[in-house]
Design a protein around this ligand. Structure first.
Ligand SMILES: CC(=O)[C@@H](O)[C@H](O)COP(=O)(O)O
Ligand SMILES: NCC(=O)COP(=O)(O)O
Length: 254
């Protein structure tokens, strides 16, 4: 079965936050993504709410419950007490724990599973007691001992950080090497009984090779490139809508 696609709404939220106006609607774009067949929605709320606002979470939960009950809500973030309470209120199907510093522009590394095991274990237990699947953000090149430590936290999955793979967009040789690294880590994780997700800077161009090389990949979460593509592929039609709104007669062609 191909990897499931969870659409990350952070970039949409960032665009919305440029103005004190309700568009683009994070929930509305989420609805379009789910109607188009996405398997779930991902958000990564950060403490400063610079993109996803805490108030977005109940709305997205209600969207899935009311209109798409077979889809999943994935919430990613650093497990501060504030984050954990937010997650417990939103009852996602999956929580992805990410070792982000609040000052980080975006996620750029996974957990040090050996060092962070004692910190993660009670948090994973708490989340799993509430019935949420738990995934841990994981560097692309992690050895077996570290993955054993990840498994021992009680987590169900790891999410491979694919940023370095995405950064190889201008070098097929480097991309192939980065992919081999990811593949080895995925195989080690799977051998220990951890399911494997992946995300960060995945694109229509680099996803096929990843999916082919990691056949058991459970889920990819994609936001930045997917939002950029939505703008690019929706731009011509949208310009025509605005031309019509301004009174231009575009005839049959428009
Ligand atoms: C964990 C991860 O890789 C994503 O959550 C990523 O951080 C998306 O967040 P931004 O789009 O806000 O950078
Ligand atoms: N977990 C990764 C994610 O949700 C989206 O990352 P990106 O596609 O915005 O880089």
């Amino acid at each position: 079965m191909p990897a499931k696609l969870s659409v990350n709404l952070n970039a949409v939220a960032m665009l919305r936050n440029r103005r004190d106006l309700p568009w683009p609607s994070v929930t509305g774009i989420g609805r379009i993504a789910l109607r188009a067949g996405a398997h779930g929605l991902t958000v990564h709320p950060r403490p400063d709410q610079r993109h996803i606002r805490f108030s977005d979470l109940p709305e997205i939960r209600a969207l899935i419950d009311d209109e798409f009950p077979d889809r999943e809500f994935n919430i990613e973030g650093y497990p501060s007490e504030e984050f954990l309470r937010l997650v417990e209120g939103a009852e996602p199907e999956q929580v992805t724990l990410v070792p982000d510093d609040p000052a980080q522009a975006t996620s750029d590394h996974g957990w040090d599973f050996v060092r962070d095991a004692d910190f993660l274990r009670p948090i994973v237990r708490r989340l799993k007691q509430r019935g949420f699947r738990v995934s841990l953000f994981c560097d692309p090149d992690v050895d077996e001992a570290a993955l054993r430590a990840a498994k021992a936290t009680g987590a169900d999955r790891v999410e491979l950080y694919t940023g370095p793979y995405g950064a190889c967009h201008d070098s097929p040789e480097k991309a192939a090497k980065a992919l081999e690294t990811l593949c080895k880590t995925a195989e080690r994780a799977a051998a220990l009984g951890l399911a494997v997700n992946a995300g960060h800077d995945l694109t229509v161009a680099n996803l096929p090779a990843l999916a082919a090389r990691i056949p058991g990949l459970a889920e990819v979460s994609i936001g930045h490139a997917l939002t950029a593509d939505a703008l690019e592929h929706g731009m011509a039609e949208t310009v025509q809508r605005f031309l019509r709104a301004a009174g231009h007669d575009l005839g049959q062609a428009g």
